[in-house]
Design a protein around this ligand. Structure first.
Ligand code: UDP
Ligand code: MG
Length: 325
């Protein structure tokens, strides 16, 4: 029986993988042959897969999954979680920003009856001021808007129980925001504070565009308040229209001129601005509805070293399969 699965999404992490494996092998040593380290290659274009296969020849505890293409951090993590067989599942990033050495502490907390022990970043080291500021803002705005309480300053670094994981894997949405899904799933959750280290090697795989997309996935996935905001804006525009109506009517009575191009331009830009904004908000949701209704599998497995034949039938993310393993 596998007691502990470690799941790590890796995208172009050829330099990090050897260090990652060394530290993880150390961290899971107390569980020896009751553990597995699942490294998910998210369609890397560098030698990540070679690094993973090299690692598993040296350490049989390592298992490699390779996705058929780059599907993004959250989907790669999902693939690993679906493949994980452990009674407890520990997830972290490949770049060792999240120290594997806190595992015994997380295990001890879980022994006290918690289903989710999530890491909270007491401090982030070696990240740009911009990243820290946007991350700080993101968690606050998200919590303000979302209907579930998503703990501030937490990533996907966490230890979860089998039942909490199965709950999350039973959620079929394609726009994955895994930390939010765990928050939504409920059960007993507790935070463990840790200091976030700088990346050991390579560069961030979250450029600004990816961050923005991640943030909109999170917002639209966990809140419909932006849609209500659109409705409120329309009330505001109604109010402004009434004021302008009074002004227009008044000037009609008082001066017989036909001036007022300024107010015209103002009014047009004000309302078209509001219309574009609300259309945009609507579009975000409609686009996501579209993606969800296609019901495409989230990923395909190109390789699974624990199950070499599996890629012939692997249909990752098929809702009928989710949660069964
Ligand atoms: N990652 C991934 N697929 C991607 C982008 C990132 O699997 O398309 C992985 C990456 O290898 C790392 C984790 O997701 O293990 C977090 O990425 P990164 O460290 O670049 O993000 P940051 O810490 O800068 O927010
Ligand atoms: Mg990182």
């Amino acid at each position: 029986m596998v007691e502990l699965s470690v799941v790590v999404p890796c995208y172009n992490e050829e330099e990090s993988v050897p260090m990652l494996v060394a530290r993880l092998v150390e961290a899971v040593a107390p569980w020896q042959d009751r553990a597995e380290i699942v490294l998910v290659d998210d369609g890397s274009s560098d030698a990540t897969w070679a690094a993973i296969t090299a690692a598993l020849h040296e350490h049989p505890v390592v298992r490699g999954l390779r996705l058929s293409g780059n599907r993004g951090h959250q989907v790669a993590l999902t693939a690993g979680l679906e493949a994980a067989r452990g009674a407890r599942i520990f997830m972290l990033d490949a770049d060792l920003q999240d120290p594997p050495e806190v595992l015994p502490d997380m295990m001890a907390m879980m022994d006290q009856g918690y289903d989710v022990v999530y890491g909270r970043r007491a401090k982030r080291q070696g990240e740009t001021l911009f990243k820290k500021a946007t991350a700080h803002l993101f968690y606050r705005v998200l919590n303000h808007l979302s209907d579930v309480e998503i703990p501030n300053d937490t990533g996907d670094f966490r230890l979860v129980s089998r039942r909490a994981l199965d709950a999350v894997l039973s959620m079929p949405e394609r726009a994955r925001f895994i930390r939010g899904m765990f928050a939504w799933a409920g059960f007993n959750q507790i935070a463990l504070e840790y200091v976030r280290d700088p990346r050991v090697a390579g560069e961030t795989k979250y450029p600004f565009k990816a961050m923005l997309r991640f943030a909109t996935d999170a917002l639209t996935g966990f809140s419909i308040k932006p849609l209500r905001f659109a409705t409120r804006l329309s009330f505001l525009s109604l109010f402004v229209t009434v004021l302008m109506g009074v002004y227009v009517f008044g000037s009609l009575l008082m001066y017989q001129t036909a001036p007022g191009w300024a107010s015209l331009v103002l009014a047009i830009s004000f309302f078209s601005g509001i219309q574009l904004l609300t259309l945009g908000i609507l579009g975000e949701y409609v686009g996501r509805l579209y993606v969800e209704t296609k019901r495409r599998p989230m990923y395909f497995l190109a390789e699974d070293t624990a199950n070499p034949q599996s890629h012939e039938l692997a249909l990752g993310g098929d809702p009928a399969q989710v949660g069964q393993s």
